[in-house]
Design a protein around this ligand. Sequence first.
Ligand SMILES: [Zn+2]
Length: 264
Amino acid sequence: MFNITESNIRLLIFLGALLFFLILELLVPYRSNSVSKFKRWINNLSMTLFNSIIITLIFSAAIVNTALYAQSQQLGLLNILEIPTWLKVLVTVAFMDLIIYIWHLLNHEMPFLWRFHRVHHSDLNMDVSTATRFHVVELVISAVIKISIIFFLGAGPLGVMIFEGTLVLCAQFSHSSLKVPRWFETLYWILFVPPSMHRIHHSVVIKERDTNYGTIFSFWDRILGTLLTRVSQDKIRIGIGAYAKPEKLNVHQLLVMPFTRQVK
Ligand SMILES: [Zn+2]
């Protein structure tokens, strides 16, 4: 019963926020598109649909069941400590975000993982639909990592659901091509990742791309020395240098991309 409710909540957050950010992007875009938004959306949403069938059906249930199992058996670090529930939730969100940060960094540093992660970075413009453009293999490995961490932490279902919901919302916002008011960005930036920070990460310039790995919190990049801010936003070109042609970035090409030639 819980599984059904959990995936429904996640789907509702995902679709609601997708629509919300799409409307905002269309109303107040950060800049005009260099390639057709419609064609990119067809590709990105096809990837999303394909991934959802595999990931949502198999792994969402596995993730929540692991959290339920860890809770019922009192397994993991958080179940040894006598701390209030709100603190356990906070530790779960922060720790899992740190793991996702490290995982993201490895995706850039290890050539084998980059083969899959480059599918995400090959998008020629960045908007809310980019947030779910991933190769299914990358998502499967990250789901296995999440499950192991939940087990190790003994994270409960509440903490895991809040983490998953926050992750979806933050990823969608940081990828959106929204024009964000400066005052909001200044405040948001203290703790979280605004679109301007993530835009640098999607630059074709490799030195810029290999920075700003955070998804929810911006302080991991600050603490671990991977933060880059001094880049002129107007000059950022999104994508990967080797994949400049939109006609070569259709769904079937994206699905086989990891198994083709190595590209920086
Ligand atoms: Zn990346």
